[in-house]
Ligand binder design. Sequence first.
Ligand code: OGA
Ligand code: MN
Length: 292
Amino acid sequence: MGFVVNKLSNTVAEVVGLDGSKPMAPEDIARLKATFLSHPIMCLRDQKLTPAQQGAFARQWGPLEGQDRSAFCHPEDKDILILSNDRRPDGSQVGIVDAGDFWHSDSSHLAEPCRITTLHAVRNPARGGDTYFLDMRAVYDALPEHLKKRVAGRDAIHHVAKTLNPRVAVSTERAGAVEYYKQREKETKPVTQPIVRTHPETGRQALYISPRFTIAIDGMDDAEAQPLLDELFRFMFSNPAWQYTHKWRDGDLVMWDNACLNHMAGGGYEYPDVRWMHRATVVGDRPYYRAA
Ligand code: OGA
Ligand code: MN
């Protein structure tokens, strides 16, 4: 298929002229996969995919992650999750309203986090609704040597419960959210993840922590660990050149590699200004660290 790949920066590639609703030829998949290894944020323009078509597109990259928030799965394809602030006539939410509202890498609170997220803009709000990305390879590369030494080979503790994490707040937009996270505190075991994650395909190192999910460091007292995490988080956000803001166009399908990025929903829109996204995530392996 005659599509064009425009490399917009060191992290972002734009794909124009590809119809994601059709199965891709092996050579086209190979071309996109090669691009994705160097450019972990890839935006396919001008897509108009039904949930079933987005699911089929995403499955060309691997099996999809099951979703536990079944109330917000799309009836047409249960692996598609609806993110939206839209409401039904009875006032109930049609999708997740507070998805991604703090910096994170998707499902790092699971032992085997998803590798790829695909997000499709079904409806963009009149204002706001941007998605921010942070290149954690660049962050790692620039990390001062003494910090690299302190974190290499160490594990951090990740947890899904916002109520265990003083660095984040529970959204007031979402009914029952505090009770939901209190329940998750009781039912969900924390997982450990390497603070430096080695990319399973390129071998490149990236910092693999986030304000949203990382709450402690394994085997280190909080008196030492919390200031270290604060220092790492401060460093992550110290250079705007490591960040990219995606301003959604109608029909964008953005896919990103969670092994080497943080991202966050920018918000800034208010009902009845509606944002509606469809999301599917491709499974991944257990993250690991290998010394370079
Ligand atoms: C996600 C996410 C951000 C956004 O889908 O994982 O964080 O802008 N989304 O919707
Ligand atoms: Mn996310």
